[in-house]
Design a protein around this ligand. Structure first.
Ligand code: HXC
Length: 269
């Protein structure tokens, strides 16, 4: 399979919608923020680094020919800081129609090669951070009809050496989002997950597959024989958040070129 063409479309599918995206200052989540903005949404992106957040907002505006992307700074592990950032965003943009918990920590290390604090750092960023965002964000949701997405990963369902911290954190996210889907469904809140496969140009893949050989091995193990693109994760998020996905809750969408289903048993090249 050769590279798929990037879809470049604009429409008013998300016009009037407000999206709050944590981790939206880089990588996959910045890709989602750009996709949403191109479809008419107003976005607030949250990251730890103020300068990076400012650059991300400027990039969203420049690439989509819009203005008003909002840059926010907080560490998702700090509940009060998340609350403050959200209050700020809601005051400026209005209630959130879409809330995405996309922040993630990751470094490859064997369990014996990481301290208790290193393990905890990833649990705190990924799992506790997702709880903090969804818990603090609930009061700012535009109800009924709000859509929440947690970015998870295949490590949640496939034990992976050197990823004990990520496996545990993402497995927690999977069951958390499904539980919240049950608790919050009656209020008109949908809660879903996206499980991206290897996505090109991300810090995560730079860490997990730093050499051309590793990259070739991962692509060879993917039925579609390539890395995914950030805009393809954006499209999945659009699907889940738009009226096209309005009967979907408590589900996790794999957007991975078949990597997970093949799980190392892809067809020979
Ligand atoms: C062992 C490590 C380590 C490493 C950090 N630590 N890197 N231990 N091996 N390579 C340890 C530190 O020594 C420290 O423990 C603890 O982790 C916390 O580190 P700090 O730097 O103090 O904390 P903090 O800055 O809060 O967090 C560090 C971090 C984070 C968790 C590494 O900066 C991070 O993950 N950044 C990368 C973000 C990223 O790549 N995101 C994309 C994820 S992609 P001690 O004991 O010394 O205090 C993804 C999905 C991929 O998740 C799926 C693909 C298919």
């Amino acid at each position: 399979m050769t590279d798929a063409a990037q879809t470049t479309f604009r429409s008013d599918l998300l016009a009037g919608k407000v999206a709050f995206i944590s981790g939206g200052t880089s990588g996959i989540n910045l890709g989602i923020a750009k996709r949403f903005t191109a479809l008419g949404a107003r976005v607030a992106v949250l990251g730890r680094d103020p300068e990076k957040a400012r650059r991300a907002a400027a990039e969203i505006d420049a690439e989509t020919g819009t203005e008003g992307a909002m840059a926010l700074t907080a560490d998702v592990r700090d509940y009060a800081a998340v609350e403050a950032a959200m209050a700020n965003a809601a005051a400026e943009l209005g209630k959130f129609d879409i809330l995405i918990a996309g922040q993630a920590g990751n470094f490859p290390a064997l369990a014996l090669g990481m301290s208790a604090n290193a393990f905890k750092a990833v649990i705190d960023i990924d799992l506790i951070g997702t709880f903090n965002l969804f818990r603090a964000g609930h009061q700012h949701l535009n109800l009924p009809g709000a859509s929440l997405i947690a970015i998870t990963a295949g490590q949640a369902v496939r034990p992976t050496p050197m990823q004990a911290h990520v496996c545990a954190a993402k497995a927690g996210i999977n069951i958390l989002l499904k539980t919240l889907a049950i608790e919050w469904g009656p209020m008109g809140v949908r809660v879903n997950g996206i499980s991206p496969g290897p996505i090109e140009g991300t810090e995560g893949m730079a860490r997990l597959a730093p050499t051309p050989e590793m990259e070739a091995m991962i692509k060879g193990g993917a039925p579609l024989r390539r890395y995914g693109r950030k805009d393809e994760i954006g499209d999945a998020a659009v699907y889940l958040c738009s009226p096209a996905g309005q009967y979907i809750t408590g589900t996790i969408l794999d957007v991975d070129g078949g990597t997970g289903v093949a799980n190392g048993r892809s067809m020979p090249s």
